[in-house]
Write a protein that binds this ligand. Structure first.
Ligand code: NAD
Length: 475
């Protein structure tokens, strides 16, 4: 069995405990992971604080920080295949997707590498003739970065990139479900030449390691991605250290199709929008809201596509849908689909386990029109699409906004003015029109409502990892 180590203060070491990681394609253990406990968290945070305040990182120019980030990006690109394979092996996310994602993980680091020496302070024109006043932008401090198991390399890049560009130091907690890619990524951080303690990467369980990290007295900011219930625990912990928080949480994103849309292209976007990553994506377009006059036609196109998706082993390049990451997730999905069918939802596609081994669940479509279906409300984080229909634009808006979440939305129509009305009326942090799931390092990403607060991506994210210092000089 492969053994992984964690990365504290520039060294690779075992954790206070160990645990086995399961291969989601088989359900069998394939690797041993270090388990960080409170003592490991303390050492990592101390190392990050020392690196922040003393030594080479604290004295380094922003341009040089940028160079280290460029180097890291190049190393990620050079090691893309290994990283992708490890992510696929440990989380079950298919190799097609992990390979494609690594390329833009490197792009995110390059974007923030370029920004490092473009973060500017300001000179203030104040109302006192004998004073010069300006603002310095300084690193916010030691950052705790917590990521869920899906897309750990990407979800850590959107935290590490801007935080390192701003001069912060970090303790990253990988998810206990599938930490291998981040533990391997630690080697690249080391190779790139970041001074000891600047980036520390641990893996451990939420209630022990995650909790110790988020309430640690030396943490200035918590960058968290995960579910809303965990976010509440994290925010409660931050009441102890008064750290600022950015929260990237779940979603139940509406995918709205008007009758005038190009239905074939909308169906392709919907299939990718819900079934990519086996539905384990925060922006999954999990609620189809389709104009009643084209509902049956659109559903038959979708069903044909869902029924012919190639389900297979995650390491096979031909596979289009792989297993879920954990059995826990599959059980939640199965229970919710069953409860939805009991409530009157109709099964259009899927609804079963397509393979005997591993945590597979078939791409599933539920017609939930006129039914109070739990699948419409609950974020399933799986390949399950709930379908609702509307007669009027107002009704489409009402259904779209009928959620406690507000992460993303898709609008499909050829009517430009209607698209603009919908953009204004939908309550979500991202609205995609006639496309779905596009991301870019330049574009902020984040939610409204219980999808969280704070934005990742874009220039503002780097500024969010700084604090201004107001300087007064008598002249
Ligand atoms: P989760 O909330 O269970 O876990 C996320 C992380 O928090 C893990 O590393 C876990 O160990 C840690 N954690 C758990 N309890 C903790 C505690 N008490 N204190 C500190 N840390 C703790 O989420 P998950 O099941 O791993 O991931 C799925 C969720 O993540 C979904 O809700 C999904 O929508 C969300 N997500 C959001 C985004 C986004 O950008 N908005 C992206 C991906 C996933």
């Amino acid at each position: 069995m492969q053994r992984f180590q964690q990365f504290i203060n520039g060294s690779f070491e075992d954790g206070s405990g160990r645990f086995e990681s399961l291969d989601p394609a088989t359900g069998k253990p394939w690797a041993e992971m270090p388990e960080a406990r409170e003592a490991d968290v303390d050492r990592a945070v101390d190392a990050a604080e020392t690196a922040l305040l003393d030594g080479p990182w604290a004295a380094m120019t922003a341009t040089w920080r940028g160079k280290l980030l460029y180097k890291l990006a190049d190393l990620i690109a050079a090691n893309a295949q290994k990283l992708a394979e490890l992510e696929t092996r440990d989380t079950g996310k298919i190799i097609r997707e992990t390979s494609a994602q690594i390329a833009y993980v490197a792009d995110y680091y390059r974007y923030y590498a370029g920004l490092a020496d473009k973060i500017e302070g300001a000179y203030l024109s104040i109302d006192k003739p004998d004073m010069d006043v300006w603002l310095r932008r300084e690193p916010a401090g030691v950052v705790a970065a917590i990521v869920p198991w899906n897309s750990q390399l990407f979800l850590s890049a959107v935290k590490l990139g801007p935080a390192l560009a701003a001069g912060c130091t970090l303790v990253v907690k990988a998810s206990e479900d599938g930490p291998a890619p981040l533990l391997e990524f630690a080697r690249l951080v080391h190779q790139a030449g970041f001074p000891a303690g600047v980036v520390n990467i641990l893996t451990g369980f939420g209630p022990s390691c995650g909790s110790a990290l988020t309430r640690h007295a030396k943490i200035a900011h918590i960058a968290f991605t995960g579910g809303p219930a965990t976010a509440s625990a994290v925010v409660r912990n931050s009441a102890e250290n008064l750290a600022s928080t950015s929260l990237e949480l779940g979603g139940k994103s509406p995918f709205i199709v008007f009758a005038d849309a190009d239905l074939e292209s909308a169906a392709n976007a919907q299939v990718a929008g819900i079934f990519a990553a086996t539905g384990q994506s925060c922006v999954a377009g999990s609620r189809l809201i389709v104009e009643a006059s084209v509902k049956e036609r659109f559903l038959s196109i979708l069903k044909a596509k869902a029924d012919t998706i190639r389900i297979g082993l995650p390491l096979d390049m031909a596979t289009e849908v792989g297993p879920l990451c954990t059995e826990r997730q599959r059980l939640l999905i199965e229970a919710t689909v069953q409860a939805s069918l009991d409530a009157g939802a109709k099964l259009v596609a899927g609804g079963s386990r397509p393979r005997d081994e591993g945590y597979y669940y078939a791409p599933t479509i539920l017609d939930c029109d006129g039914v109070i279906s739990p699948s419409v409300e609950t974020e399933l984080f799986g390949p399950v699409l709930s379908v609702l229909s509307f007669e009027t634009e107002d009704e489409a808006v009402r259904l779209a906004n009928d959620t406690r979440y507000g992460l993303a939305a898709g609008v499909f129509t050829q009517n430009l003015t209607r698209a603009h009305r919908m953009i204004k009326r939908i309550r979500a942090g991202i609205v995609w029109v006639n496309t779905y799931r596009a991301v870019s390092p330049m574009a902020p990403f984040g939610g409204f409502g219980q999808s969280g607060h704070g934005r990742e991506g874009g220039l503002q994210a780097a500024l969010d990892y700084t604090r201004t210092k107001t300087v007064w000089v008598r002249t």
